[in-house]
Design a protein around this ligand. Structure first.
Ligand SMILES: Cc1ncc(COP(=O)(O)O)c(C=O)c1O
Length: 375
């Protein structure tokens, strides 16, 4: 065998896929694992893509994104209190490529990124590719919020960025104004970026404080955003980032070298998405959230209150099993798959998704109830 890139030897396979596949291979197994909307993309957005195709918008787009979409994004950001010029918008292949571009664009080997944990596993993967290191900031002991003291313990002279994902995958928790104030105090004026992963921001069921709008942090802020979750467009692969001018110069080169540009006709449809009200989709999740939380509470299970996204992070410590064993046994014995907390860097929890129909949720929760009764 010819040796491959050794920097990537420590890349881990996504355990979420491993558990989803195990569930698929287990006859009759139900699943509450997926992290994407089960709802369909609104019709108007699909029609816009078809019209753009018919209109032959099939040529390379500018590397940074079409002027029309960047203007629409800049207007959207500006309207929600994050004054943005089209020059500071880069259209990306979902938030994944926005995060990849942002982190690869700023990280040198050996530098560190702080990730409030439990957190989304992709940050660590990208840091590994960059030869950098992820430093977890355990929020489980502080009510799933960030404190000044906890931050002070993990900040070092190698800290290059802190990731803020609010509402958070896997907890659904929204970071409080106090948490964000602690972050601001720790990084303001220092050579440290805030990478704001706002992919669930539009799916918050409470008022969600937003650090990306802080005018004092503008020169240190990279906002990563996506069309995937609010408009049920995961398969379209489109998102964006915003950043200061001096950062854009670098990120644009990197993105152009990686993808050239996002497909032109998708960018046209994304403009329609920005004008499409997501309230009907959000109402569906909100109703499901109420049902799932009520059922879990009735089972005597505890979890941080999910205030956004479409996940609940349930504490399973009282059963005395590590999360992977719990999940493997529940697939085999209880015919239900969920995601182990270990996939997000935190033991003693499982993540349930409510991107499922009312019937599927009822089946899943009935099975969870029956399984825990056997432990
Ligand atoms: C926290 C978080 N960030 C980013 C992403 C990437 O989203 P996408 O690339 O579909 O925009 C996801 C997807 O699950 C996520 O949960």
């Amino acid at each position: 065998m010819i040796p491959l890139n050794q920097n990537l030897d420590s890349l881990k396979r996504s355990q979420i896929r491993v558990f989803t596949n195990l569930a698929k291979a287990t006859p009759g197994c139900a699943s509450l694992t997926i992290g994407e909307p089960d709802l369909d993309t609104p019709e108007a957005i699909k029609l816009a893509a078809m019209a753009a195709l018919r209109d032959n918008q099939t040529h390379y787009a500018p590397n940074q994104g079409t002027p029309a979409l960047r203007e629409a994004i800049a207007a959207r950001e500006t309207n929600r209190g994050n004054p943005t010029r089209p020059e500071n918008v880069l259209v990306t292949v979902g938030a994944c490529q926005a995060l990849f571009t942002a982190l690869l664009g700023i990280l040198n080997p050996g530098e560190e990124i702080i990730v409030p944990t439990p957190g989304f596993g992709l940050y660590e993967t990208i840091a590994t590719i960059a030869g950098a290191k992820t430093v977890p900031l355990d929020v489980t002991k502080t009510g799933f919020q960030i404190t000044e003291a906890a931050l002070a313990e993990v900040m070092t002279e190698k800290t290059k960025a802190i990731i803020i994902n609010s509402p958070c995958n896997p907890t659904g928790v929204v970071f409080s104004a106090e948490s964000l104030a602690a972050v601001k105090k720790a990084v303001l004026g220092k050579p440290v970026f805030v990478i704001c992963d706002n992919v669930y921001y539009d799916l918050s069921y409470v008022d969600c404080p937003d650090i990306s709008r802080d005018p004092d942090l503008r020169d240190q802020m990279i906002l990563c955003q996506s069309f995937s979750k609010p408009w049920a467009m995961t398969g379209w692969r489109i998102g964006y980032l915003t950043c200061p001018d001096y950062v854009m110069d670098r990120l644009l080169l990197l993105s152009a070298a990686t993808i050239t540009a996002v497909p032109t006709f998708l960018q046209e449809a994304a403009i329609t998405a920005l004008n499409t009200d997501i309230a009907p989709l959000k109402a569906v999740y909100e109703k499901r959230r109420a049902y799932v939380c009520e059922r879990l509470k009735a089972m005597g299970l505890s979890f941080p209150e999910p205030e956004g996204a479409f996940y609940v992070f349930v504490n399973i410590e009282k059963f005395g099993l590590d999360s992977e064993t719990f999940c493997t046994r529940m697939i085999r014995e209880g015919k239900l798959a969920v995601v182990p907390g270990a996939c997000f860097g935190t033991e003693g929890y499982i993540r349930l998704s409510y991107c499922y129909s009312d019937e599927e949720l009822k089946t899943g929760l009935d099975r969870l109830e029956a399984f825990i009764a056997t432990l």
